[in-house]
Design a protein around this ligand. Structure first.
Ligand code: GTP
Length: 523
């Protein structure tokens, strides 16, 4: 995830609250100082950090009740203040599937516009939108070739010209063509300049007047930290900037400053770029971002993402199977497909409670490659094997089948064996949960009942919070308890596949405790 260093420092500071026996005044002061230092190192303005620290300290001192868990209080206050600091005041443009959404990208030279357009195109194309690109950068030789190359890789149609020098003409023609062909998204790449100069702004204004974009996205280089504030304001004043994408946040020390500075301009940040690859791109939402930064996972973001990419019919089949305690190889394939549509695996894992640390730890280890290999392997299964009509785990000709699958998928039999072992583990978990009735999910009425019960019964709530923590879910992470339970249980309402906890050998869910709890809740 982006801002690895900052996240690590913040988490390490907050963890001190439990490791240095209790949360005395001194420990809290020390933690707040460390948090402030980490933010300043990430180039967040000193006065902003000071304001934030004062607010957190005030919130903590207001609570005189000695029974209140101070660690929780500090965590919640830090989380809330970071969210406030990073929350842009304006709402971003919401794309509609019923029209052609024309989106113009502007920014200084080298900020990453062309790369970002490709990432943006890939992100929406994966979700099934009809996306196209227009290259109006006639200033930089090679810009059209770069866009063309990206578009070809992504299999997205593009428009541009080697001979036409007027970017306005290119923009008009390109947009007209894709409107006629009923594309849902047209992305316009404009040229950048070294500095904010009149020529750049005039050209942007002319293109804008010619194509009347639904949204103008300002792409800015996050490595400049706080300094981006002036740049953002400059563009904001020159063209009607509707949203911002901050790039190059991969491990860069000044990322925190760039984000807080953009938020201070009231422009909504919509995506963050964190590398040169198309997958190094994630939607920005202050709450989810902070939850991930502090290592709490982002269940809501995960659920929203999963919801937006999944094949509804296939997921229904998986849910029905899982409710019966069944988990076939085809179900596994469906889960892989949904997850790979969400982007790189390390990103997906970063969204899962309790998994963000592991995603970071994985660092160089390429889980995405492993995932891809597993998909190729599953592609070489027969229909009967995928649907469990032939149980490959127990088939008398198991070894022969493994060898056939390995040949078909260009992999090693040991890799096929590895996948079989993983499947066995996940299927075992699903079977246990199916038997205990937990995989059927929890409907809204039951959820309401649970919520009511929790309100009336603090002991039950405390137990639920403890349970959620055991499942790696942060009860203070902005989710209500009922949704958290749903997350913890997996499956319910088409939520998180419980197998997620098994990826990479994570802990097993606490079935006994879950069962006990559901019984307590009157199920
Ligand atoms: N590390 C990193 N590099 C990035 C990111 N986004 C873009 N880049 C790199 O930044 C350089 C410039 O990116 P471009 O997309 O060509 O920038 P541009 O804004 O289109 O440039 P002009 O067309 O000259 O205005 C390229 O080498 C990209 O690979 C990012 O998020 N992280």
């Amino acid at each position: 995830m982006v801002l690895l260093e900052l996240g690590r420092s913040l988490r390490a500071s907050l963890n001190k609250l439990s490791t240095i026996g209790g949360a005395s005044e001194e420990v809290i002061a020390q933690v707040l100082n460390e948090i402030s230092r980490a933010l300043i190192e990430s180039d967040v303005s000193v006065s902003l950090v000071k304001q934030m620290k004062d607010k957190i300290a005030a919130k903590i001192s207001l609570t005189s009740d000695s029974h209140v868990n101070k660690k929780k209080l500090v965590q919640k206050a830090v989380q809330d203040e970071l969210v406030t600091m990073l929350s842009p005041k304006t709402k971003p443009y919401n794309m509609s599937r019923k029209k052609t959404n024309v989106i113009m990208f502007v920014g200084l030279q080298g900020a990453g516009k062309t790369t970002t357009i490709a990432k943006f195109a890939g992100y929406y194309a994966r979700k099934g939108w009809k996306v196209s690109m227009v290259c109006c950068d006639s200033f930089r030789a090679g810009a059209f070739d770069q866009l063309k190359q990206n578009a070809t890789k992504l299999r997205v149609p593009f428009y541009g010209s080697y001979t036409e020098a007027d970017p306005v003409v290119i923009a008009e023609k390109g947009v007209a063509q894709f409107r006629k062909e009923k594309y849902e998204i047209v992305l316009i790449d404009t040229s950048g300049r070294h500095r904010q100069e009149t020529g750049l702004f005039e050209e942007m204004q002319e293109i804008s007047a010619a194509v009347d974009p639904d949204n103008t996205v300002f792409v800015m280089d996050g490595t400049q930290g706080q300094a981006v504030y002036d740049q953002a304001m400059g563009f904001h004043d020159a063209v009607d900037v509707g949203s911002v994408i901050v790039t190059k946040l991969d491990g860069h020390a000044k990322g925190g400053g760039a984000l807080s500075a953009v938020a201070a301009t009231s422009s909504p940040i919509i995506f963050l770029g964190s590398g040169e690859k198309f997958d190094d791109f994630e939607p920005f939402n202050a709450k989810s971002f902070v939850a991930k930064l502090l290592g709490f996972g982002d269940m809501r973001g995960f659920m929203d993402e999963l919801e937006s990419v999944k094949d509804k019919d296939a997921e229904k089949r998986v849910q029905a199977n899982m409710a019966k305690g069944k988990f076939t190889f085809r179900d596994l394939y469906t889960k892989f497909e949904s997850m790979s549509k969400m982007g790189s695996l390390s990103k997906v894992m970063g969204m899962m409670p309790g998994m963000s640390g592991m995603a970071n730890m994985m660092g160089g280890m390429n889980m995405d490659e492993k995932f891809k290999t597993w998909k190729f392997i599953l592609d070489s299964f027969s229909d009967d094997e995928l649907d469990g009509k032939v149980d490959i785990h127990t088939a008398p000709d198991r070894q022969k089948r493994i060898e056939r699958i390995a040949r078909g998928s260009g992999s090693h039999p040991a890799q096929v064996e590895g996948l079989l072992q993983q499947h066995k583990m996940w299927a075992g978990m699903v079977s246990k949960m199916g038997k205990s009735g937990l995989m059927g999910g929890v409907d809204n009425k039951q959820m309401k009942h649970v919520q009511e019960q929790m309100k009336r019964n603090p002991a039950m709530r405390a137990k639920a919070e403890e349970m959620a923590r055991k499942q790696g879910i942060n009860p203070d992470g902005g989710l209500d308890m009922a949704s958290m339970m749903q997350g913890a249980l997996g499956g319910g309402g088409g939520g998180m596949p419980d197998m997620a906890r098994g990826v990479g050998g994570g802990g097993q869910p606490d079935f006994a405790a879950l069962n006990q709890m559901m019984q307590n809740m009157g199920r």
